[in-house]
Design a protein around this ligand. Structure first.
Ligand code: GRG
Length: 300
């Protein structure tokens, strides 16, 4: 099967699972508008890249899809919550996401804050729930790693550094080192977790787990350079949100600091590093190799 068909098939599966989760018993007694906002946040869009990485990294070890699903859904719920909060007026103040009004625009700010909070809690409940069928040690390891990736030294910490730069002008002159550290935390950590998750689920040996984690590190970096390039050169219709925001805000990005051509060269180099990390897996890693190219050269 072609890479893009595989990604589409996984996206369909994830959509169905999220649909079931967000209309099932876990939310049956919850306030109606809150659940509607949660559904608006995570259903009907998105590439589902992070769950795809979880399922494909698990497939390297012949782990059945069902066994990898709890981690795949948990990381997508965390991603969904982060987008809802990132779009808020206090943060990025965005009105469009995935070609639709953002949650705070469709409902209101407090509903968007609470929907994000609830999605985050649901992610961890789902991952830690014995009903997931994961052995307890695996469930705990995934919960710890996802907390780290999404918390103060990961996504939330990276978002704080980004907002400090945007809103407080701190540091005054961010260099490429600062920007890439910030991005490794803000967006890279969750992507890295997604790649490492397969090895955790398969209880792979530490060297193998490190190889996937390194792949994820390079992939996260490639994702961010590609995102900066899309902001600079992408098509708003394809991307489904306002673009050219970084330049308009005078924001330091890898593109503004390195220049367009050097950023593209850095991206090509990063894709090669990502592929090199997969060498121990041989031909089995074909789909993850394609994922690196997709992430780097996507148009949305
Ligand atoms: C609010 C704690 C908190 C964190 C927000 C991830 C993030 C941190 C903010 C998102 C801002 C942003 C647009 C960053 C660029 C990279 C990124 C995460 C893009 C969106 O991810 P995709 O392309 O989105 O995987 P889809 O819609 O395909 O799921």
């Amino acid at each position: 099967m072609q890479f893009e068909d595989r990604l589409t098939e996984t996206a369909r599966r994830i959509e169905g699972e999220l649909q079931r989760l967000l209309s099932g018993e876990k939310v049956a007694e919850a306030p109606v508008q809150l659940v509607q906002a949660m559904r608006h946040a995570v259903l009907g869009g998105g590439k589902r890249l992070r769950p795809f990485l979880v399922l494909e990294s698990a497939a390297l070890f012949d782990v059945p899809t069902d066994r990898a699903l709890p981690a795949a859904l948990a990381v997508e719920l965390i991603h969904g919550y982060s987008l809802v909060h990132d779009d808020l007026p206090a943060m990025d103040n965005d009105t469009m996401r995935r070609g639709r009004p953002t949650v705070w625009t469709e409902y209101n700010e407090w509903t968007a804050i609470l929907a994000g909070d609830a999605l985050q809690a649901l992610a961890f409940e789902f991952l830690a729930d014995c009903a997931s069928g994961l052995p307890p040690a695996v469930s705990v390891a995934l919960t710890v790693e996802l907390s780290r990736a999404s918390g103060v030294n990961g996504m939330v910490g990276g978002q704080a550094l980004d907002l400090e730069a945007d809103k407080l002008g701190r540091p005054e002159n961010p260099d490429a080192g600062h920007v890439s550290r910030l991005q490794a935390m803000k967006t890279g950590a969750l992507i890295r977790f997604s790649c490492e998750a397969g090895a955790i689920i398969a209880t792979a040996d530490p060297t193998t787990r490190t190889a996937l984690s390194e792949f994820g590190r390079h992939l996260g970096y490639a994702f961010q350079i590609a995102d900066d390039l899309l902001d600079a050169e992408g098509d708003e219709q394809r991307v489904g949100k306002a673009l050219a925001k970084d330049a308009a805000a005078g924001k330091a990005t890898l593109v503004s600091l390195l220049g367009l051509e050097a950023a593209k060269a850095e991206l090509r180099n990063t894709v090669e590093n990502a592929k090199a990390a997969l060498l121990p897996f041989g031909a089995k890693a074909k789909t993850l190799v394609s994922a690196a190219e997709f992430v780097a050269y996507r148009d949305n």
